[in-house]
Ligand binder design. Structure first.
Ligand code: ADP
Ligand code: MG
Length: 396
């Protein structure tokens, strides 16, 4: 892989001691350390990761902390402050996919995946304090996995690259939790750097840091959590993956990443199924949009990024068909009230939209979106302007 313009060593954010304090309450001693992983927002490149394509996520300053110590008895004991009634214990040597179906699968699955990769991880006490909104498409799941993975490896003096940590965390989610996610979330959570978006070419495993600090050039990136989560999203995600695989197979390529925009018209002519044509058109044009966005970030031309973001949303709405009324309303309202561009972010069917706005327009756009949600009888959205933060690290 290549690493262009690698920024300096991550800064350590101020220590949120609630995980450590809770650890002391539960376990009666101070933890050996506290590890912290961010949520992430995908700027552009949606449903492209599992097609071997390009993504452009950044980490946000909403984080999940894990306070942890080793135990000598081979038992993992895990508590989450977000699930206060549950104390989960398991024998590390006996972990098997399918053991657990609840939240603790993300933790135990990570320990299982580390051990399955041949790493000698023993018993631990883990206390989780999650500050990433859960189930909003900001990847609280990857934050939890990656924080646990870094805690477990550092506690056991195991050196492992952040890239390997991301892949092991993805394996935990795919094979232990049973969610067929691509690699974007875990990679973003593992390797992102403050002030930068991560350009990640999944097929070629190329990662580059592109400058992204909207506030430095008079912009703000609003993250609008619609708080909608449509029940069928898991099944629809799997169905989209299958359609993309079917289209690639009919086109005789390993993945849709291998179709360029120049080849798109010919490729669409080869497909006799309208649904596969639409899915293919989204993936191919979305990959092209990521490259456009990357160039604009490099040239520090955020003022020109809006149209590309909005085109991504239209493609996700009309061709990939993964938006929902709440996401469309958030995007339409943001655009109508002055946003330069807006799109859904994450898997779709609920979760978050983003809107790029001039900094001084942020209050107006926010209040217009809130008003539109109220008028439509939707739950009040939660709107935040996150800072562009560092990936997983030890904070204490
Ligand atoms: P997202 O990753 O978009 O937030 P997911 O459905 O992929 O949504 O992952 C959310 C799940 O991850 C939760 O339902 C829960 O099982 C688990 N999880 C995330 N953060 C925590 C936490 N702090 N405590 C307990 N479980 C958590
Ligand atoms: Mg997730």
């Amino acid at each position: 892989m290549t690493m262009a313009s690698v920024p300096s060593v991550p800064s350590v954010p101020s220590v949120n001691s609630s995980a450590a304090a809770a650890f002391r309450r539960h376990i009666d001693v101070a933890p050996t350390g506290v590890w912290s992983a961010p949520g992430r927002v995908n700027l552009i490149g949606e449903h492209t990761d599992y097609n071997g394509g390009y993504v452009l996520p950044f980490a946000i300053d909403r984080r999940t902390d894990v306070a942890a110590s080793r135990r000598a008895d081979g038992i993992v004991r895990v508590v989450s402050l977000q699930k206060p009634d549950d104390v989960v214990t398991a024998d590390v040597a006996g972990l098997r996919p399918g053991d657990r179906r609840d939240w603790s699968a993300y933790v135990l699955g990570t320990v299982w995946a580390l051990r399955d990769a041949g790493l000698d991880i023993g018993g631990m006490d883990l206390v989780v304090d999650g500050g990433v909104p859960v189930g909003s498409g900001l990847s609280s799941s990857a934050a939890l996995e990656c924080a646990v993975a870094l805690a477990a490896t550092e506690l056991h003096d195991i050196e492992i690259s952040r890239e390997a940590l991301a892949r092991i965390s993805q394996r935990a989610e795919n094979d232990y939790v049973g969610v067929p996610c691509g690699l974007m979330d875990q990679m973003a959570v593992s390797v992102c750097r403050a002030g930068h978006a991560l350009f990640f070419d999944v097929r070629d495993d190329v990662r580059e840091y592109e400058p992204f600090a909207p506030e430095e050039s008079g912009f703000a990136l609003l993250v609008i959590d619609t708080r909608a989560q449509h029940a069928h999203s898991g099944g629809e995600y799997a169905a989209r993956r299958r359609s993309c695989e079917a289209a690639a197979a009919r086109l005789g390529v390993p993945s849709l990443r291998d179709i360029s925009v120049d080849q798109l018209i010919d490729a669409l002519a080869e497909l006799d199924d309208e649904e596969l044509r639409k899915r293919t058109r989204h993936v191919v044009t979305e990959n092209a949009r990521v490259l456009t966005a990357r160039e604009l970030l490099r040239a520090r031309k955020l003022s020109e990024l809006g149209a590309t973001l909005t085109a991504s949303h239209m493609s996700l709405r009309d061709d990939f068909e993964v938006t929902c009324p709440e996401l469309d309303l958030a995007v339409d309202t943001a655009l109508n009230s002055g946003a330069l561009g807006a799109r859904m972010t994450g898997g779709g069917f609920g979760g978050c939209a983003i809107a790029l706005v001039a900094a001084d327009a942020a209050p107006v756009v926010s209040s217009q979106v809130e008003q539109a949600f109220a008028n439509s009888g939707f739950r009040p959205p939660k709107i935040m302007v996150p800072n562009v933060a560092d990936g997983v690290l030890r904070i204490a």
